[in-house]
Structure formats: structure tokens, C-alpha cells
Design a protein around this ligand. Structure first.
Ligand code: IPE
Ligand code: IPE
Ligand code: MG
Length: 246
């Protein structure tokens, strides 16, 4: 059994990112509509935020809605958006009480107005909080993020604000939605799919990857602790040899 106390003796990821997948299949297994899976996934989000807080994780980033997810049936998109508004409204107090700052990445301006309004309200209310930054990836796609960054940089080059010779990794990083977040240390994907689905391609360059068969609505503290345990058993070499690390 992994306990939070034991794990805290070891290395804790500064930035944990999660691809929360499998809500639809979880619901289907129970003979229910996909939206039932999304509704039950909300408790897993609460659980992940709480456990991450207890572990002392400073940055938690959750993939909630991708640019590709706009291609789903309208009914499913509408219920996801309503669920988002309701959850934000319900959780703002708890977030604030736990000193958590809410942040969002993605084409935020493409979200329905009611979502945008609620999101901005919670971000504003929690702006000063310092224990953890909880980032929701909404209407997020890594290629879209990189494309926007390159466009912004190109325009600065054109206006002589940046010289092409000075473009480096820091400048690219500064133009991403994640400019105020560190690189991802650990990426978890639930539901047995072994793919990245256009999530944080630049930011996971050296992340440890963890895949689990568990569907997102079943993902609880014990599963997260298992992932952290696996992370602690990895040797992160960043290109060096094992001997250089020790
Ligand atoms: C993840 O679960 C939630 C979102 C993508 C919004 P899915 O809805 O993708 O569920 P599956 O993968 O179809 O089971
Ligand atoms: C990735 O899950 C996006 C989110 C978890 C929000 P998907 O279910 O949309 O990914 P694919 O389509 O299986 O790659
Ligand atoms: Mg899925």
C-alpha cells in the first residue's frame, strides 16, 4: 500500500498533467449515456486535485476538452460545457479555501460565453492563491498552441521586436499558453489508450509517461499514488549516463 506520507519522502513531480480519458466507455459499460460518464468524472477531478494538494504537487494540468473534441455530437459538447459551468460554480469555494489558483490554457475565446464568464470569475477570485496552480486545458490543442506562438513570433520579427537570430527555446516557451508553467514531469493517461492526442507536445519533451487501464471515473487516490510510486522508481537521465546521475 502506498501512503501519502511514504511517497512524500521521495521525489514528487512539480508538474503533473493528466489526460482524463474513458468517461464514455465507463458509461457504456453500465448501459448509460456518455454524459453519465462525464458527470461521474467530476468526482475523479475533485479527488485528483485533493490528492495532488496533499502530495505537495505545485502544478496540476488537466486535459478537459481538446480542439478535436469540437467534432463530437452537439448534444455531448453542450452537456460537457454545462457540466463545466456547474462544476466551476460549485468548486470555487473549495479551491479558494485550499489556496488553489485556477488557470486555463487553450483557445479559451472559442468557448461558449457562459463558460468563459464563469471561468474568468473563478480565475479572478483565485488569482492570488499560491499552494497549487490548477490548469484546465479547454479547447486546447498543442498544434494550435504552437501555430499561434509561431504567428506571434513572426509578427514580432516583422516589426523588428525580435531578431531571427535570437529565437531560442525560451522565446518559443514564452509564447505558449503554458508560459508560466514549468515543464511536465509526469503525464498520466487513463483508459488504456497509449497516445498523446495533441496534448502539450512541447512541454512533455522529457516527461515520464504513465498509462493505466482504469477509466477516468474510476480513477481515485490509490490510482494516483500508484502512478507517483512508478514515477519515483524511474531514473530521469535527461540524456546523461546512469553513472553521471549517481
Ligand atoms: C474523456 O472521456 C473526456 C473528454 C474527452 C471530454 P471520453 O469522452 O473521451 O470517453 P471515451 O474515451 O470515449 O471512453
Ligand atoms: C483526449 O481524449 C482529450 C481529452 C481527454 C480532453 P480523446 O478521447 O478526445 O482522445 P482520442 O480521440 O481518443 O485520441
Ligand atoms: Mg476518449
Amino acid at each position: 500500500m502506498n501512503t501519502i506520507e511514504d511517497l512524500k519522502e521521495g521525489r514528487i513531480p512539480a508538474h503533473l498533467a493528466i489526460i482524463m480519458d474513458g468517461n464514455g466507455r465507463w458509461a457504456k459499460q453500465r448501459g448509460k449515456l456518455r454524459v453519465f460518464g462525464h458527470e461521474n468524472g467530476v468526482q475523479s477531478v475533485r479527488d485528483a486535485v485533493e490528492t495532488s494538494g496533499k502530495l505537495g504537487i505545485k502544478y496540476l494540468t488537466l486535459y478537459a476538452f481538446s480542439t478535436e473534441n469540437w467534432n463530437r455530437p452537439k448534444l455531448e459538447i453542450d452537456s460537457l460545457m454545462s457540466l463545466l459551468v456547474a462544476s466551476l460554480r460549485k468548486e470555487v469555494k473549495t479551491l479558494h479555501k485550499n489556496n488553489i489558483r485556477l488557470n486555463a490554457i487553450g483557445r479559451i475565446d472559442s468557448l461558449p460565453r457562459k463558460v468563459l464568464r464563469q471561468l474568468n470569475e473563478v480565475m479572478e477570485q483565485t488569482r492570488q492563491n499560491t499552494a497549487m496552480t490548477l490548469t484546465l486545458a479547454l479547447s486546447y490543442g498543442s498544434r494550435e498552441e504552437l501555430t499561434s506562438a509561431f504567428k506571434a513570433i513572426a509578427s514580432k520579427v516583422k516589426n523588428n521586436i525580435i531578431s531571427p537570430d535570437n529565437i531560442d527555446e525560451t522565446i518559443i516557451n514564452d509564447h505558449l499558453y503554458t508560459h508560466n508553467l514549468p515543464d511536465v514531469d509526469l503525464l498520466i493517461r487513463t483508459s488504456g489508450e497509449h497516445r498523446i492526442s495533441n496534448f502539450l507536445l512541447w512541454q512533455i519533451a522529457y516527461a515520464e509517461l504513465y498509462f493505466t487501464e482504469t477509466f477516468w471515473p474510476d480513477f481515485r487516490e490509490e490510482h494516483l499514488l500508484e502512478a507517483i510510486k512508478s514515477y519515483q522508481n524511474r531514473e530521469r537521465r535527461f540524456g546523461k549516463t546512469s553513472e553521471q546521475i549517481h
